[in-house]
Design a protein around this ligand. Structure first.
Ligand code: PLP
Length: 403
């Protein structure tokens, strides 16, 4: 990490880092007084009216609205079967349970949200943590191949930040070693790979509809697949293993959605494509901004993929700056540009997985990303002014902290 000696032109601070006086964090004028909203989760009148219509009907269980959401999202993503459920974590659990067994070794990205791996552990299987690619930050399939064991039966891969992984590589590895493939699509609604919806690929794909997701219903999730028998199994598991009225052929759960959630999901689905395109347009403008700032870069997009840009993540190369990532983000915040870190630690640094990681160690790229990345404001309602403010703030902070 650079110290104050790396930046002799600027006044030193008590922390040993420069303290440029033009920055808002040091008393200068902020780029945006109003601030740029980090996310936009407001419901429209039609979202609210859809929920009210269900409330007025009085039957709140999973019914017509959940079914409508399943049919429409399935069609939009190229999946034969779509099954709504309570949230994205339940979706992973419902997908994992029929596809691998307790005691199996299951490959999982070390750079993902905890649920991708924790539901492997909940299944009684062993997560085998795979490194990230240095350019896309997505699962490194060559590293996955190196980590295969005689007990490896499945691979899970997260389309992180909304960007599809190298699906061809995942599928080729899976075909060669007879692995089941589960994609975690919690962040990637309507992303595509080689012109196809993500529901086309793998044994199962899971979604989250958590409040801040591209399709946010508060809580909610779904699993898609293309195999009739697997779909029947997942549906049964979702509802206490029930295959006929009060006939339970296996132990299952109550992981059902409800129709209020389903109605909000259907209403938001009406504009998901337009909202996703707005995210893509904002991302293209961020790309142009970053191309002019040395030391800041975004992960590249997997060849053949079109991202849904749930998040727009930036990597700060510490050799270019006389500050840490956190100091850079604090300065951006003072300029009116909030940021967030996805994620502050890689999964192998989570105490919950110590039992597995003591022996496995820490995949180096995933490990290093945790101190370098931050996410910029990203949503469908970013205006020209917002994007201009983000660009100005980034340029200002980058210049002030230039090493
Ligand atoms: C990649 C990923 N997987 C799984 C989940 C879990 O989804 P939920 O919060 O709906 O349980 C999330 C949610 O943040 C996620 O981002």
């Amino acid at each position: 990490m650079p110290t104050a000696t790396a930046a002799p032109a600027r006044p030193a601070t008590t922390a040993g880092f420069p303290k440029p006086s033009n920055l808002a964090i040091n008393g200068g004028t902020p780029v945006s007084k109003a601030g740029v909203p980090f996310m936009q989760t407001a419901l429209t009148e039609s979202d609210i009216n859809s929920a009210i219509a269900v409330l007025k009907g009085g039957m709140l269980r999973a019914a017509k609205k959940c079914e409508e959401l399943e049919v429409r999202l399935g069609q939009m993503t190229g999946a034969k079967h779509m099954m709504t459920c309570a949230n994205g974590t339940c979706a992973l659990q419902l997908a994992y349970e029929p596809l691998f067994q307790a005691g199996d070794d299951v490959l999982v990205p070390a750079w993902s949200y905890i649920a991708t791996a924790s539901m492997i552990v909940a299944r009684g299987a062993n997560p085998i943590f795979v490194d990230a690619l240095h350019d896309t930050f997505q699962i490194d399939v060559a590293d996955a191949a190196r980590k295969l064991t005689p007990n490896t039966t499945a691979i899970t891969a997260t389309h992180l930040y909304g960007c599809p992984v190298d699906i061809d590589a995942v599928q080729a590895l899976a075909a060669k070693h007879s692995l089941k493939v589960i994609y975690d699509g919690a962040q990637s609604h309507l992303a595509t790979y080689k012109g196809k919806g993500l529901g086309t690929f793998g044994d199962a794909l899971t979604y989250s509809f958590y409040a801040t997701k591209n399709l946010g219903t508060g809580e909610g999730g779904a699993i898609s697949c293309n195999d009739d028998a697997l779909a029947a199994q997942i549906k049964a598991l979702r509802s206490h293993g029930e295959t006929d009225k009060y006939l339970h052929t296996q132990v299952g759960y109550n992981y059902r959605m409800n129709d209020i959630t389903g109605a909000i999901g259907c209403s938001k689905l009406d504009r998901l494509e337009a909202d996703t395109n707005a995210r893509r347009a904002a991302a293209a403008r961020y790309d142009a901004i970053l191309s002019k700032i040395n030391g800041l870069s975004a992960p590249t997009t997997t060849p053949g993929a079109v991202s849904a840009y749930h998040l727009y993540v930036v990597k700060l190369d510490p050799t270019h700056f006389a500050c840490t990532r956190d100091q850079f983000c604090e300065a951006l915040k003072a300029e009116g540009v909030p940021t967030a870190v996805h994620y502050p630690r890689s999964l192998t640094r989570q105490p919950a997985f110590k039992k597995f990681t003591d022996a496995q160690g820490h995949p180096p790229i995933a490990d290093s990303l945790s101190s370098m990345v931050f996410a910029l404001p990203m949503h469908h309602a970013l205006s020209d002014d917002h994007i201009r403010a983000v660009g100005e703030a980034m340029e200002k902070v980058a210049a002030a902290y230039r090493a």
